[in-house]
Design a protein around this ligand. Structure first.
Ligand SMILES: Nc1nc2c(ncn2[C@@H]2O[C@H](COP(=O)(O)OP(=O)(O)OP(=O)(O)O)[C@@H](O)[C@H]2O)c(=O)[nH]1
Ligand SMILES: [Mg+2]
Length: 255
């Protein structure tokens, strides 16, 4: 799968950076793939991995806060504009300038998903990524944040909106399997989200709205299948790897 760029996104703390670290190490050791890792989070403190490109070489969140007199959220929004402004500079350097050198490039993004991916500026960067290679969004959901059906539906629908907003292929990954708050609902989300409807009526939720949301979800063009993994379990990285592959096979984007 030459030149695949997997952009990890998802709510704050869902385990994007941990998965990037685990997957990159697994793919290097087990599959002997040439893996580059890119950090686009200017607010990251310590990184778990050794990045080929690190946005903090251009600016950090603290620098933006001081320079533009902004709070942390405003600074994340400014950072997404700066990433768009500097996109040509970023994409003309390693690892993007030599895509043939890499089997896969993993991109870690800021935790504040709405300040990055949901802003207009991110479109500029993602469009350019899509033009240079096969790009897929890996949407990371935190299984420890799913207690009720409504939690699952909310997180799933964010995944749908993400695809609508970015127009990119996207795959859902439910992380933190080892500390899932409600393993039954997390498993339903993976195996058959429509079964959430049965659970919803037990919780007294409006099953009509949930049915509409799930049916809209089924229309998105990304892979509908999800995987349940733990960044701590190396064997689970195989499932993640397969899902990233499938995203392209299903849609024929590799041709
Ligand atoms: N038990 C368990 N903890 C995990 C797992 N993945 C991540 N964590 C923990 O969850 C916390 C957040 O993980 P990160 O990888 O920093 O998450 P993130 O999405 O990159 O966070 P932000 O970039 O700050 O939004 C850390 O304490 C991780 O150790 C997992 O699979 N299982
Ligand atoms: Mg992170």
């Amino acid at each position: 799968m030459p030149g695949v760029i997997a952009v990890f996104t998802g709510p704050a703390g869902s385990g994007k950076s941990s998965l990037v670290e685990a997957y990159s190490e697994w793919a290097r050791r087990r599959l002997l793939l040439r893996v580059a890792v890119v950090n686009l989070d200017p607010g990251a403190d310590k990184l778990l991995y050794n990045p080929t490109f690190d946005i903090r070489r251009l600016f950090t969140l603290r620098e933006i806060m001081l320079r533009y007199n902004l709070g942390p959220n405003g600074a994340f929004i400014k950072a997404s504009e700066l990433i768009a402004e500097k996109s040509d500079e970023i994409l003309s350097g390693e690892p993007f300038k030599n895509l043939d050198k890499w089997d896969i490039i993993l991109v870690d993004t800021p935790g504040q998903m709405e300040a990055f991916l949901f802003r207009p500026a991110s479109r500029v960067f993602l469009e350019k990524l899509r033009k240079i290679s096969h790009a897929v969004l890996v949407y990371v959901i935190d299984a420890s944040a799913i207690e009720r059906v409504s939690d699952a539906v909310l997180l799933w629908f964010l995944f749908v909106l993400l695809q609508v907003k970015t127009g990119l292929l996207a795959v859902p990954v439910i992380n933190k399997r080892d500390i899932a708050r409600n393993p039954r609902i997390a498993t339903l989300l993976v195996e058959n989200p429509f079964k959430l409807l049965e659970e919803a009526s037990e919780e007294g939720l409006s099953s009509e709205i949930i049915s509409d949301l799930l049916s809209a979800a089924s229309k998105t063009r990304g892979a509908y299948r999800a995987v349940l993994v733990s960044a701590l379990e190396l064997d689970d990285m195989e499932k993640l790897h397969q899902l990233v592959h499938e995203a392209f096979c299903v849609c024929g984007d590799l041709t």
